[in-house]
Design a protein around this ligand. Structure first.
Ligand code: IPM
Ligand code: MG
Length: 372
């Protein structure tokens, strides 16, 4: 029996609550589909930083490296200045483990309220693949005359052919397993150097994947097309900053952060990938049982898909989708059920759902990811 070795970083706020439900769902799938799970907890995050002054050091990076994947809850606390944990933990992990792809599915689950009027769920099922280690996120640059009227800030964007090629190749392979459509999102009319490099690399790969239709949309226009014509998209590939922005728009379209999942994928197989709900630590609702665990469970599903456990991943997704559908049917404020109750119902559905039901979604991100 294959056993997967998970590092669990619960983090802060609602992180531990939602991660616990994600783990329960994974364990239920492990029992049903015949694989093992081992977990090791890592106390990282705002609380740890406030207590010890440590973010993440080489020793912890070394220990994390040995795991098959990292399941990440959420991080942040009003007591820690913005940016410290983001750069010191999240970006550090993404870069240390060469997690070049940040993948965010945008699927509208039946019954989940979207702010986009009259959007049929069938029309909305695409994936944002964001380059995750470069672009404007490298943090290079300088400021002169700081604090004066003459201050000048330079912020550098790094775009290497190698990282772009890896991310573009992954996107083509993903598109091939789905509806065979790839859209490059950039701003090549203005950002001519980076834009041209991205377009050239997409064009090169296009000849290797002739069955995948290729399209291009400017990042600003993307913010109109995504909500108005989501059926136009299958796999959207883009750089770090544009990806950060449009994936939040994607989360809004699919009904908010409660259901938005993400994967930070290492593509060389020599370091773990990391799976995290898109939402933050929500300290205002922590400990109340109000957090929707769906995003964490769906992130865990992406983790199983990355292991090649397509059926198990699909089971988590199908179970979550069906429970989400019931919740919105309940009247009253909030979700109508606690974090734990929702988690329990998802587990129940994973255990009892029919394999046919789990296996129905041809071209789902879960089966597509598991196949590559
Ligand atoms: C995200 C977040 C992060 C990012 C932050 C927390 C570093 O916004 O995962 O999209 O900007 O990538
Ligand atoms: Mg973001």
């Amino acid at each position: 029996m294959t056993t997967y070795d998970l590092a669990v970083i619960d983090g802060d706020g609602i992180g531990p609550e939602v991660n616990q439900q994600a783990l329960s769902a994974m364990k239920a799938a492990a029992a049903r589909f015949g694989f093992g799970l081992e977990t090791t907890d890592y106390a990282l995050g705002a609380q740890n930083y406030l207590d010890t002054g440590r973010l993440i050091d080489d020793e912890i990076i070394g220990r994390l490296q040995a795991h098959d994947a990292i399941l990440f809850g959420a991080m942040g606390d009003p007591g820690v200045a913005p940016g410290i944990l983001e750069r010191g933990v999240i970006l550090r992990i993404r870069r240390a483990f060469r997690q070049k792809v940040n993948l965010r599915p945008v699927r509208l689950y039946p019954g989940v309220h979207t702010p986009i009027r009259d959007l049929d769920p069938e029309r909305c099922d695409f994936v944002v693949v964001r380059e995750n280690t470069e672009g404007l996120y490298v943090g290079g640059g300088s400021t002169v005359h700081e604090g004066t009227q003459n201050a000048v800030a330079l912020q550098e964007s790094v775009n290497t052919a190698r990282a772009i090629a890896d991310v573009v190749d992954y996107s083509f392979r993903l598109a091939q397993q789905r509806r065979r459509k790839l859209t490059l999102c950039h701003k090549k009319n203005i950002l001519v150097h980076a834009g041209e490099l991205w377009q050239n690399i997409v064009d090169e790969h296009s000849s290797r994947y002739p069955e995948v239709e290729v399209d291009y949309v400017h990042a600003d226009a993307m913010c109109q097309h995504m909500p108005m014509a989501p059926e136009r998209f299958d796999v959207i590939v883009t750089d770090n900053l544009f990806g950060d922005i449009i994936s939040d728009l994607g989360a809004t379209i699919q009904g908010g952060l409660g259901v938005a999942a993400s994967a930070n994928l290492n593509l060389d197989g020599r370091a773990p990938s990391m799976f995290e709900p898109v939402h933050g630590s929500a300290p205002d609702i922590a400990g109340r049982g109000w957090a929707n665990p769906a995003a964490a469970v769906l992130s865990a599903a992406l983790c199983l898909a990355s292991f090649g456990q397509g059926m198990a991943a699909l089971a988590l997704e199908t179970a979550t989708a069906s429970v989400l559908g019931e919740l919105s049917a309940l009247a009253g404020p909030g979700m109508g059920a606690s974090t734990e109750e929702i988690g329990d119902r998802i587990v129940d559905r994973i255990v009892t759902g029919s394999v046919e039901e789990h296996g129905r979604r041809e071209g789902s991100i879960m089966t597509a990811m598991a196949a590559i």
